[in-house]
Design a protein around this ligand. Structure first.
Ligand code: ZN
Ligand code: ZN
Length: 374
């Protein structure tokens, strides 16, 4: 009789029967191990949660009063004889890959990850394993990120220019991850940094967790418009096109997303500037990360799973796609509104699932809960 795999894909999520726990379950379960606090990975309703220390305050802020155990990277936790260890995923602050080991069999669940060291969260660390469960949000050759310094130089120059022209500068990025990465790379000699309430709430949670972030000023109805124009405004995707943003008129607005590398994406967002900034691995990053695990088998959970697994099989990996709800109903990376250009030898990638995800759903619950910005 073939042996049951250590991790399996069930209706509730990735499950370890031996250890009786789930990783990033999308249904309420007894024991949930959470890779990171983005809403498609950390869902409400489970009895007990396990996550990295630095996810603590954001998880409590987003999920409310949950039973949460937190651990350091590399610290071993046993659940019913199965060893669990978290390793840095380089995605956002507190993000982790989950290594699961039982009787010398090792599985790693990547969660979301990027390989470039962003200087804000602990850098991605490859973990040797037999089975690797990987995301592939940007698993197409068109996605190739520039070094972030180049991007932030462009952003700071754009901001400086706007200040000189008397325009406000609004930069849009997801509240957990992008916002802090931008904040830590802005040139404070140009001016102060103002924040939308959704972003400031996340910053505050991170500060409660001991993270030192650059200073920010929360925008309230009383914040003088003339002052804001000398600074830069960090805003979440949900604020685009709202009266909240329009009140900064005249302003220039820049959108930060990996999808900005697709022609036309900036225009569809009605953005003045598109910054190709992502907290996910690009094409080369995915392949190097998968290769570095030395795994026998790779499972692809979200992104261009079909075309990417075909490609991996062609170059000698044993890859297959699995169906999960990651990246689907609430995505930290807004999906493109149309597929990217087709590559040689690749069929149209499976964007339909990605496409179905709402643009700014990831932010919506927070916005409504906290009543917007002020
Ligand atoms: Zn994520
Ligand atoms: Zn994800």
């Amino acid at each position: 009789m073939p042996k049951k795999p250590l991790l399996e894909f069930t209706d509730s999520g990735i499950y370890c029967a031996q250890g009786r726990f789930y990783i990033d379950p999308w249904k309420p379960v007894d024991d949930a191990v959470i890779t990171h606090a983005h809403s498609d990975h950390a869902r409400w309703g489970s009895k007990r949660y396990l996550a990295h220390h630095l996810s603590r305050e954001v998880l409590l802020y987003r999920l409310g009063d949950i039973t949460l155990q937190t651990v350091e990277y590399g610290e071993k936790v046993m659940k019913n004889g199965v060893e669990i260890t978290l390793f840095p995923a380089g995605h956002v602050i507190g993000s982790a890959q989950v290594r699961v080991c039982y009787k010398d069999e090792v599985w790693v669940v990547s969660g979301d990850y990027k390989v470039e060291d962003d200087g804000v969260c602990a850098p991605f660390e490859p973990v040797r394993c037999h089975h690797f469960i990987s995301e592939c949000t940007f698993g197409m050759p068109v996605y190739k990120w520039k070094p972030q310094q180049q991007l932030f130089d462009e952003m700071n120059n754009w901001w400086r220019q706007n200040v000189q022209e008397g325009k406000a500068t609004v930069v849009v990025g997801y509240s957990l991850g992008k916002a802090q990465r931008i904040l830590q790379n802005l040139d404070f000699s140009i001016g102060p940094v103002y924040t939308h309430g959704v972003i400031e709430n996340t910053n505050e949670a991170l500060r409660r967790n001991g993270i030192v972030l650059n200073p920010t000023i929360r925008i309230t109805p009383d914040t003088p418009k003339d002052e804001v124009r000398k600074g830069i405004i960090l805003a979440p995707p949900s604020s685009v096109g709202t009266p909240w943003m329009r009140r900064f008129n005249p302003y220039d607005f820049g959108y930060c997303s990996g999808w900005m590398s697709i022609r036309g994406a900036k225009k569809r967002r009605a953005a003045d500037r598109g910054f190709v900034l992502s907290d996910h691995a690009d094409w080369d990053g995915l392949i190097s990360a998968i290769d570095a695990t030395g795994c026998e088998k790779v499972y692809l959970t979200h992104g261009y799973t079909a075309s990417f697994s075909r490609y991996l099989n062609e170059i000698g990996f044993d890859a297959s796609e699995v169906h999960t709800l990651f990246g689907e109903d609430e995505s930290e990376e807004e999906a493109p509104t149309q597929p990217p250009p087709k590559e040689e030898g690749q069929k149209s990638p499976e964007t339909s699932e990605v496409l179905s995800s709402g643009e700014d759903l990831g932010e919506a619950p927070e916005t409504s809960k906290k009543g917007g910005t002020s």
